[in-house]
Ligand binder design. Structure first.
Ligand code: GDP
Ligand code: MG
Length: 166
């Protein structure tokens, strides 16, 4: 039997990984700072330190072996991207870019999208999310069901969403 699809969330400290984890799983509990890896059902929440310090990239690579999808989070209220250009090409898993905090007054969604495009050069979808407004959440849940970018693309042609771009 095929193993269940699983998504690993990576991104800077405070990018919204734990909040998104809770929202995706429909949990009411508030986000707590993640000191180590957390496995919940189909999601692996990682500490922001893994993403912020290249010394820990080996931990990202090791954890990626256990998942089918990697979600690259970019906080829309931050002007900087922490991952190097093309980072997703070094991780052989289906990439999904995720813009977080699109609801914020400080959000610059277009900038976040352009920053993510430099990291996900192999054409993964980018989902614009707000855990506050519950936007883009169902889209992520659905996209993680597909095992290829082509399948995702076909799905979105039939079910277009204003919160997903390719
Ligand atoms: N406005 C807004 N704030 C968010 C959203 N998601 C997370 N945050 C806030 O961002 C901060 C960091 O979130 P957290 O999930 O702990 O980030 P993590 O370090 O990546 O796990 C918290 O204060 C959250 O309330 C969102 O969709 N909208
Ligand atoms: Mg966290």
């Amino acid at each position: 039997m095929q193993k269940k699809n699983r998504a690993m969330l990576i991104g800077s400290i405070g990018a919204g990984k734990s909040t998104l984890t809770n929202t995706l799983l429909g949990r009411e509990v508030p986000a707590v700072k993640t000191q180590s890896l957390f496995y919940y059902d189909w999601i692996v929440d990682t500490p922001g330190e893994y993403s912020e310090n290249p010394f820990y990239y080996k931990n990202i690579m090791a954890t990626a072996l256990e998942v089918t999808h990697v979600l690259y989070l970019q906080d829309a209220t931050r002007k900087k991207m922490i991952f190097p250009p093309g980072f997703s090409t070094g991780i052989n898993k289906i990439p999904i870019g995720v813009v977080t905090k699109s609801d914020s007054d400080q959000a610059d969604v277009d900038l976040a999208i352009s920053l993510l495009k430099k990291v996900i050069v192999n054409k993964g979808p980018i989902v614009i999310t707000s855990s506050v407004k519950n936007e883009g959440i169902e889209e992520i849940r659905n996209l993680v069901n597909f095992r290829s970018i082509q399948e995702m693309q076909q799905y979105l042609e039939i079910n277009p969403s204003p919160f997903v771009i390719f």
